[in-house]
Ligand binder design. Structure first.
Ligand code: AMP
Length: 197
């Protein structure tokens, strides 16, 4: 199994790159943001709850998010591995993910971060708002809130995996295919190391 956390601030291109990576490495894409948006569309109880937080740029509570993520992983027991996109976003979520995977004799192989500066993020999110129809992209205050939440609650996740020697980072600015090539270079290396062990 190859389990990758694709990590980066809102607007760093996690969704776009995840779609390309799952094709190349035959992995399952798990985006907690996408799952919440689908639940909102389907007007489920989970969707109604998530909407209250998402519309304010806040994180959905850990307990709910972790439970949902675990249920999604369990839907594909024979997966080659997963790309976790937008999860984990807190230390608690990271610890829960690690022990959940350990219970399946699996683990996170790498947290792969895409670095993009804040001005670039803001302009990307503004642009995305026009085509994505995402209300949380349309309002500059909500965008700022999401960036702040990322810095305060989510950035520590990077240190958490870095302390476990499971951290790599690439420059997330540039044409989509160039960023993709940078990500593949790291993942090929991780894959090769894994097969050596
Ligand atoms: P995203 O599409 O990853 O940018 O997520 C959109 C929104 O969904 C976030 O701003 C949060 O409100 C919520 N969300 C997505 N993933 C998580 C998570 N792992 N933990 C808590 N909230 C999340």
């Amino acid at each position: 199994m190859l389990n990758v956390i694709l990590f980066g601030p809102p607007g760093s291109g996690k969704g776009t790159q995840s779609k390309k990576l799952i094709d190349k490495y035959q992995l399952v894409h798990l985006s907690t943001g996408d799952i919440f948006r689908q639940n909102i569309k389907d007007n489920t109880e989970l969707g109604q709850l998530a909407k209250n937080y998402m519309s304010k740029g806040l994180l959905v509570p850990d307990e709910v998010t972790i439970k949902m993520l675990e249920a999604e992983v369990n839907k594909t027991p024979n997966a080659n591995g997963f790309i976790f996109d937008g999860f984990p976003r807190t230390i608690l979520q990271s610890e829960a993910l690690d022990s959940f995977l350990a219970s399946k004799n699996a683990e996170i192989n790498v947290l792969l971060a895409m670095s993009v500066d804040e001005d670039e993020l803001r302009s990307r999110l503004k642009e995305r708002a026009i085509i994505s129809n995402r209300p949380d992209d349309a309002n500059p205050e909500i965008i700022q809130k999401r960036i702040d939440v990322y810095k305060n609650e989510t950035l520590p996740v990077m240190n958490y995996y870095s302390n476990k020697n499971k951290f790599a980072s690439v420059n997330g600015v540039g044409p989509i295919d160039e960023v993709f090539a940078r990500l593949c270079e790291v993942l090929d290396e991780v894959h090769a190391q894994k097969n050596l062990n």
